[in-house]
Design a binder for this molecule. Structure first.
Ligand code: DAV
Length: 371
């Protein structure tokens, strides 16, 4: 890969996105069809309390019940309608039979779903990078996106996959439990091979920010650094979350010069020094979910309460934000953003909110440095 491949997007490249905030033109939005509860492998269940872990063993590998899928699908449809109304081209992955058992020479698993394209794929400039995901249950998630990526490739996009990981038993600590608060960070995965989830990265032009997590190791970050070359700088940020997975509820660049951080997991003193020229604000605490229709979501959510930070920028001003999160809506308005509320909490049992549920394929903008 030469650096020129990343420097600018040939017009009309079908894939081109350097930041989280350039004007959005085309996006992939997840699909819920055929969603299956992810496997009960330790990399998935380490953060469940022991009783839930036992119960989960029975449920894992079964389809999500309609009771969860139907309201989530309604909210997904509304989210896609809003995007289209705002002039964004929306595409979705193909339906895949995620219950199928697949095998490698080392292990076997069932799949999960394609609700969160952000996790497995990183768009940097005109390149799509398939990440080497640490969850076995997600190893073949790329199948759902094959047709789309093939189409982008045929039209001139660059398309890369990081070395496919083995995901051997040796990668995982099968007795792992998250460290108690204040103790040094440790992870369910080790450094035996490079792995990362794309959702542990966030893009600000020439600078990308990454967190190490229970799905992203230092070798994975090294691979990406080597791959992207001198055109980009990858900075590691330190989260104090005891069970980190995905940066997009922790460290959220909203626009040039504006960074939102999670007050529980990120300290402004430990940010990379280049943020001195940026305005950094701590996000408000999440508002509790209203009782009633969302009770089921409270028990089955696959994400933390900080999912209120998981917003999607349509451009430097307009932001899609969850409708029940009044404090976040006010916070963003006070900061000069134009908020577009959308109900989306029913999506969280599938692993995310607006940012996780999407992969921006094309944003109008040039490669720049914002620091
Ligand atoms: O806060 O549980 C959410 C991001 C999932 N892609 C969290 C992480």
């Amino acid at each position: 890969m030469t650096d020129t491949a990343h420097d600018s997007c040939d017009d009309p490249s079908p894939v081109c996105s350097y930041t989280e905030w350039d004007p959005l033109e085309e996006i992939i939005v997840g699909r819920l069809d055929g969603a299956v509860l992810p496997s009960s492998h330790i990399a998935v269940t380490y953060r469940f309390p022991p009783v839930r872990r036992l119960l989960y063993r029975v449920a894992a590998g079964h389809r999500y019940p309609g009771l969860l899928v139907r309201p989530a699908r309604r909210q997904l449809d509304e989210f896609m309608r809003i995007l289209e109304e705002e002039g964004v081209t929306v595409r979705q992955p193909d339906a895949v039979r995620w219950r199928t058992v697949f095998k490698t020479p080392l292990w076997r698993s069932r799949g999960f779903c394609s609700a969160c394209p952000r996790d497995g794929f990183l768009v940097v400039g005109n390149e799509i990078i398939e990440s080497p995901m640490a969850w076995r249950t997600r190893h073949f998630e790329g199948l759902a996106y094959r047709r789309l990526f093939q189409m982008y490739f045929d039209r001139g996009a660059h398309w890369t996959a990081a070395p496919r990981p083995e995901l051997a038993d040796a990668l995982y600590d099968r007795h792992y439990r998250p460290p108690p608060a204040g103790r040094p960070q440790r992870y369910v995965i080790n450094e035996s091979e490079p792995v990362f989830d794309a959702a542990d990265l966030t893009r600000c032009g020439r600078d990308l920010f990454v967190q190490r997590s229970n799905v992203t190791n230092a070798k994975g970050i090294d691979w990406l650094r080597g791959h992207l070359g001198d055109t980009y700088r990858i900075h590691e940020v330190e989260t104090t979350c005891p069970n980190p997975m995905h940066i997009d509820s922790t460290f959220v660049p909203l626009a040039p010069g504006k960074l939102m951080i999670n007050p529980a997991w990120m300290r402004s003193e430990s940010l990379p020094p280049l943020f001195k020229s940026w305005e950094v604000r701590t996000a408000p605490d999440p508002d509790p979910l209203p009782r009633g229709a969302l009770d089921l979501v409270r028990w089955t959510s696959m994400v933390s309460k900080w999912i209120n930070l998981n917003v999607l920028m349509l451009d430097e001003r307009r932001v899609i934000v969850e409708e029940t999160q009044g404090s976040m809506i006010r916070f963003l308005r006070d900061w000069g953003f134009e908020t577009i509320p959308c109900a989306f909490m029913h999506y969280t049992p599938f692993g995310g909110s607006f940012h996780c549920a999407t992969l921006d394929v094309r944003r109008r903008g040039e490669l720049q440095s914002y620091f």
